[in-house]
Write a protein that binds this ligand. Sequence first.
Ligand code: GUN
Ligand code: ZN
Length: 429
Amino acid sequence: MTQDTLLLGQTLHYHGSPFDIAPQDAARHDTNGAVLIRAGRIAATGSGEGLRAAHPRARIVDYGDRLIMAGFVDAHVHYPQTGIIASWGKRLIDWLNTYTFPEEMRFDDPGHAADTARTYLDLTARHGVTTMASYCTIHPASVDAFFAQAQARGQRVIAGKTCMDRNAPEGLRDTAQTAYDDSKALIARWHGVDRLSYAITPRFSPTSTPQQLDALGQLWTEHPDCLMQTHLSEQTDEIAWVQGLFPEARDYLDTYEQFGLLGEKGLYGHAIHLEPRERARLRDVGAGLIHCPTSNMFIGSGLFDMAGLTGEGQRIGLASDTGGGSSFSMLRTMAAAYEIAQLRHTPLHAAQLLWLATAGSARALHLEDRIGNLAPGMEADIVVLDLASTPDIAQRTTRAETFWEAIFPTIMMGDDRAIAATWINGRQV
Ligand code: GUN
Ligand code: ZN
């Protein structure tokens, strides 16, 4: 039997959604808290004194006044775009054609896929990201590379082969049949193995024929426990393009809905420029809307309606959208979400931002019973934050009178220097 580990420090956990009740009331902060880890899981949380007395044999890791909380969950990334993050561009379609597609073509080389997966998972661990839902490329080997790397690290990840059979360059197109066959084979190989799960992944309706969307809708019917991830209403010119390609469709969402690609386990990235019918349907089915704020500003996409969408009870996750997003950091991502909400005159509380980056994203990924919170029985994916990681932040934190005031400068100004430790599956990485 492995030895128990007891982490001591400030702790933060949630017992409700800070969008349903007053933000501070949804969270519990303990100045002298503790988390007991046993065999990759959180066995107990409580006071430092109490857990120390109850578990005298546990190995102690004392983080002092640092903050122990659930690891960050990034609900929408493209790991293959690691190498082209922060590439100057104009609009989405231009950016895809100029940088993304040429880079994704390189993933026909499994060595390049393995190198990028390793680099991406190393970088994100330094940012305290413990789970992500990633697009891969059209090459099945790009999925194998990502899952194999995550598996070796004991990491919980979601990923899928990106499917595209039109409006993409030669060498980056599959077909309706191969998309179905390859995705099905990957589900058989990886879905439910260790901490890995598969997401059926049509990139977005402009790059799939109706035949391909139909085949993937069929595949989802056969594997309803898989997530399905795609993009929705990110830019206005993209929406106009979709209208031209699908003249019969009622709206963008309908290009998925009519092929069986709308469901509770569907994840719709961006979801900025939504029609009332789309909002109503997304809400009715309980689909996941994934907010990608640094990407939306970087590519100039628009301002996500966080207040309106949470107010109507939508299921929302937060994401970096590497590499359309301009940072791997979920701190930077929360800061961008705050700024976008400010531009809509609907400020977000620190408790809401932290919840979105952990429990909220976990809920969007249907993993809220396993990750995204510090609670007994949850998997031990943990980040430890230094709330005074730079002189800039430290001089502000010393004046803070409440915990929420103390953490907000780290959300707004923090980076990888604020990440004191990352624990994945009960092991520090
Ligand atoms: N829409 C379709 N593909 C992509 C992508 O790779 N990044 C972003 N931001 N939007 C997309
Ligand atoms: Zn994306």
